[in-house]
Design a protein around this ligand. Structure first.
Ligand SMILES: [Zn+2]
Length: 257
């Protein structure tokens, strides 16, 4: 019965962060027992979302139409992957990651991202985290998306290019703003890519903890698209607390089984 259990797990078993049992048989996700793995609010619909239309349609201000068209094609050819609904116990895990206990929870939550990526059967080139503004990161002491990206990159054996995506303009807190258009305006141009100028044909996983209106993820993706990368968004959970965001997310999703 121990055929899938490695010796360190027998000697030093993980504690499941959800039920607090001692994990005797690995679920494949750190700090999570098999029972709780099956009880999580896994996304059953809309687990693959399109990027917001604005990214392809309204944002490009590039005077070269061929570059605008290229970005539009990249945006329309890619998508956002969502692991779980924003419900208990994932919700409590994300709150702990952000405010109290990142050291334990980031491994579990990154494990959920790993499973979500592997379900897609697609190959990626690198992982990038949605960055915090340096001042906010100094206040918190870490970037929660950065912790997820680092653990994800290690597990998938991909390079972590997070240091090359920077938040160069401090913005209003998104939660203080109303609809998605206001959030997009707040964030437009707030992110800068400082890595290689030509990213083609890189396929980048852009990682964040929570998706609400998609504005933050879209703003962070924009410079990556502009440098020629395919960008697949990847988040632990999505909440739908944005009544005035129109048909996205949820309507007209790309369906993948
Ligand atoms: Zn458990």
């Amino acid at each position: 019965m121990f055929e899938h259990v490695r010796l360190p797990e027998i000697l030093f078993p993980d504690t499941c962060l959800i039920c607090r049992c001692s994990v005797s048989a690995s679920s494949g996700v750190p700090n999570l027992c098999r029972h709780c793995l099956g009880q999580l609010p896994w996304r059953t619909k809309d687990l693959v979302l399109p990027w917001p239309d604005e990214l392809a349609r309204d944002w490009p201000s590039d005077p070269d139409p061929s570059r605008v068209n290229r970005m539009g094609r990249l945006v329309r050819a890619s998508e956002i992957l969502v692991a779980c609904d924003y419900e208990s116990p994932v919700r409590e895990g994300l709150l702990a990651l952000k405010f109290s206990d990142a050291s334990e929870w980031h491994r579990l939550l990154a494990g959920l991202l790993v499973l979500t990526v592997r379900r897609q059967h697609k190959r990626f080139s690198a992982v990038v985290a949605v960055p915090l503004h340096p001042q906010r990161q100094a206040e918190r002491g870490y970037n929660q998306a950065g912790l997820l990206a680092r653990a994800l990159a290690a597990e998938l054996m991909l390079p972590d290019w997070s240091a090359w995506l920077q938040r160069t303009r401090r913005t209003e807190r998104q939660s203080a703003l109303g609809n998605r258009q206001a959030r997009l305006s707040n964030l437009a141009g707030a992110f800068t890519w400082t890595g290689p100028a030509n990213l083609k044909p890189a396929r980048i996983l852009l990682v964040d903890d929570i998706l609400t209106t998609g504005a933050t993820l879209a703003a962070a993706a924009e410079p990556l698209f502009q440098h020629g990368a395919h960008v697949t968004g990847l988040v632990v959970a999505s909440s739908h607390h944005s009544p005035d965001t129109g048909p996205w997310p949820g309507a007209n999703p790309v369906t993948v089984n």
